[in-house]
Each structure stands twice: as structure tokens, then as C-alpha cells.
Design a protein. Sequence first.
Length: 368
Amino acid sequence: MSQQQSREPIKFAYWVPNVSGGLVISNIEQRTNWTIEYNQKLAQIAEKAGFDYALTQIRFTAGYGAEFQHESVSFSHALLHATERLKVIAAVLPGPWTPAVLAKQITTINHLTQGRVAVNIVSGWFRGEFQAIGEPWLDHDERYRRSEEFIRCLRGVWTEDKFTFAGDFYRFRDFSLKPKPIEPLPEIFQGGSSRAARDMAARVSDWYFTNGNTPDEIAKQVNDIRQKGAASGHQPKIGVNAFAVARSTEAEARAVVQEIIAKALPEAVNAFGAEVKNAGLASPEREGNWAKSGFEDLVQYNDGFRSNLIGTPQQIAERILSLKDAGADLILLGFLHFQEEVAFFGDQVIPLVRELEARREGARAAAE
Ligand SMILES: Cc1cc2nc3c(=O)[nH]c(=O)nc-3n(C[C@H](O)[C@H](O)[C@H](O)COP(=O)(O)O)c2cc1C
């Protein structure tokens, strides 16, 4: 286990369903919708339920049956306008975006929403999508080299006057962004778990987002990042994906997952499985997201079943604490029926997590 578990209350985020088809590649009924009306109501439910963040997805073309996709930055802005406290993380791909455009765009949203916008810099796994929009496709580790420059430039533009940068991918000369974002600066998340992703997190990102996994596997990633961060003096926080199915009995919850998998769309899952070979498996060390994912994992397209938040609220709360012990600072959640299940999670699971955390803090304080 990681030696670095946080004593802060664990944070909760949910995946914004801004692409069609929900969060599982399955014909099972999903009372989830990708429209702005559905999502604004969902964001309001989520902030009332105790969620801290919402994470949008960036997709230019269907990848896993997600036939329709709303753009992430503008959609995030619309959600921020419908809410008061929720932070919304806009997913962005270097390539289609440049750091200059994003720095300007996010600064304006930051001013319009009292600093509630954040970004998720994703390095890309979907070659077909890049080809479709005429973007050059870089090798795995080159994508991360570009993302790291992207993040350095974003932060540089946000914090420095006369920002100057001469990189392999981006250049700035005496650029002074005015106005700068209001403090605290927009948080910079990243997604991916290959060695290149972990190296980048340990150097420049505020948050490292990874696919669903067991506490032991998460702890390995966290320990690697902590070691690397010790050398660079930078320690990102950790966010872990999970697909939550909370029901009154474990059997009921497991039956839901079985039905999701039984009704999976094999063609779409297999096509997705073929595309994601451009991610972790394409890295020199052949680690990273989806490097070990089987058919059943891929049905939830960020390996969300592996985190095992499937069962009763009590079981789920305990497993969240195990992920926290492994080093997670945030749990990112997907659901089958978002509006109902986000409300249920806030009502039934989050209070149990807070109870377990308080009990643990009490025990710690007594021991100290
Ligand atoms: C939580 C999370 C969210 C992500 N969101 C997106 C996204 O919206 N669009 C996208 O193209 N890729 C997204 N990705 C994919 C990553 O950017 C990356 O391409 C993938 O995880 C493979 O990285 P790896 O090879 O370093 O493991 C996301 C990944 C994670 C973990």
C-alpha cells in the first residue's frame, strides 16, 4: 500500500455524459441522456449530493458507440452556469487545441464562473479520430512529450508576463495574457497510466487520473509517482475511475453488471479494443491504460468495473476507503442511470464514507 494516503476527505467526481450511449457499451436500458437539459439537471443534482467535480469527455468522432458528442469546453461552461459550487473539468486534446487558445478560453470561463473551471489534458488513444479531423498522429511517448509542453505552456501563460518558450511543439515569445485567471489557478488534470503518463504527472500535473483498478494496482502506480515526484519536488493528487452499482444487496448489484456485460455490443467493444491498442500497449514498456483489459473490462470504457464499487452502500464505502488507502484523493464515478444514481450515491454512500473517514481520524488522533 502507498505510504501517502491523504487525511483530507476523499473527493467525488462524476463523468458528464456529454456523448451519447452512456458510460457502458451495452444495449441494457440506460436512463442517461447526452443533452444539455439532462446534464444541467444532473449537475444540479450532483452538487446537492456532495459531488465536488464533474468531468466532461472530448470526442470528435464515434469511438465506442458514442455517435453524438457535445464539445467539452463549451459544454463545461454551460454546466458551470447551471450550478453554484460544482467544479467542472473540461477535457482537452493537445493537437486540436493549442495552449494559447486554451489558456485564453479557460481564463475567460474562470472569470465568468468564479474560478470553478479546470482542465483535463488527455494525450489521445484514438488514431482514427485524429485521421478523421486531419490531425497528425504521434507515437505514444511523443504524445506525452507534447502534452507536457502543453501543460508547461498553459501554466506559464497563466502565471508569467512576457512568457517565452521554445519547445519542440510550441513556441511563445514575450506573451502576456491579460487578464490572468483569478486564483486559485484552474487545476490541471491529466488522464492515462503508462510510464510516460506517470512521469508527466510527477513533473507537471496537479492531478493524475487513471482507469479503474484494484487497490493494489492503484498503489503501485501511486508509489511510482511518489518516488518520481520526490526527485522533482512535485506531487500530484490521484483520481481513480470506477463504475458504481449500488443496490440494496450485493447479488442485485452483481446481476446488474452481469446484464450490462450480457447485453454488450460485441462489434463496438471489439472495435474499441482494437483502437485502444494505440494507448498503453503502444508505449515502449507496454503498460498503461487497457494494456491488460479483457472484453468485460472494455464494456465500461475506462475499466470501471475493476474498481469493484459494486454492492451495497456499506460495501462500496469500505472499498472507497481501500482505494483511499492505496493513495486515491478522488473517485471518478460512472453510473447506469445518472440522475437517479448520483442522487442515491450522495444520499446513501457518501455519508457512510464520511463516517468511516471520521472514525479513522478519531482512531488516529487517539493513537497520536
Ligand atoms: C479519467 C480519464 C479520462 C479521459 N478522458 C478522455 C477524453 O475525454 N478523451 C480522450 O480522447 N481520451 C481520454 N482519456 C484517455 C487518455 O488521455 C489516454 O489516451 C489513455 O488513458 C491512454 O493513456 P496511457 O497510454 O498513458 O495509459 C481519459 C483517460 C482517463 C483515465
